[in-house]
Design a binder for this molecule. Structure first.
Ligand code: IMP
Length: 192
């Protein structure tokens, strides 16, 4: 079975590719000739995942799935949330986003946060959503060089390392996206 993963993020693509069983051949947006900036203008994580998957099915006609992720920080009433990518500006710089978040949390001792991923799967006849959440906290400073995005400042619950210090296999086992992808895989396995 061939499925397009509607992302331009090479790190994410690699993470997900590692998780999928061999009978699913993952295609990238580049593989189908899509170099467009796919709109992410919804006001919720679910809404954005659906927008991205719709874009690929409508414009390119492939079965696909898309994900959208948000980092919710308790002390900031759930911010940056759906605005996680553009938290420090439209250039979507991970360094600037992390700097802004660390600054906002300066002096804050309650640093609980969670990542949430929604995956929207669009097959010929079905549209299904899968969610994954990981709890953790925002560290005082950046640490580690693996992963991407906010990984250097997110320490998952039960670990004393950030996502950027953990091997990708460990991150995949416990992460928001890993959990959502596991549900996607279970669903695909049950399809005829
Ligand atoms: P998007 O939904 O992939 O656009 O992600 C929204 C924001 O969350 C971007 O700033 C990403 O870099 C960040 N992000 C998404 N997934 C992860 C992750 O697994 N670790 C750290 N940051 C992430």
């Amino acid at each position: 079975m061939e499925l397009v993963f509607a992302t331009h993020n090479k790190n994410k693509f690699k993470e997900v590719q590692l998780l999928l069983p061999k009978h699913i051949t993952l295609r990238s947006l580049e593989d189908i000739g899509c170099f467009d900036e796919i709109p992410e203008t919804a006001d919720s994580i679910e809404g954005n995942a659906i927008l991205k998957a719709n874009y690929v099915t409508e414009h390119y006609g492939y079965p696909c799935f898309a994900d959208d992720t948000g980092l919710m920080v308790d002390a900031l009433d759930g911010a940056p949330g759906v605005y996680s990518a553009r938290y420090a500006g439209t250039e979507k710089s991970s360094e600037a986003n992390m700097d802004k978040l660390l600054e906002e949390l300066k002096g804050e001792t309650h640093r609980e946060a969670k990542f949430k991923t929604t995956i929207a799967l669009h097959l010929e006849r079905e549209k299904v959503l899968f969610n994954g959440i990981v709890l953790g906290e925002i560290t005082l400073e950046k640490s580690g060089a693996e992963g991407f995005g906010y990984d250097p400042i997110f320490k998952p619950q039960g670990y004393d390392k950030t996502f950027a210090e953990l091997p990708i296999t460990v991150k995949n086992e416990i992460s928001h996206r890993g959990k959502a992808i596991k549900q996607l895989i279970a669903y695909l396995k049950n399809l005829k």
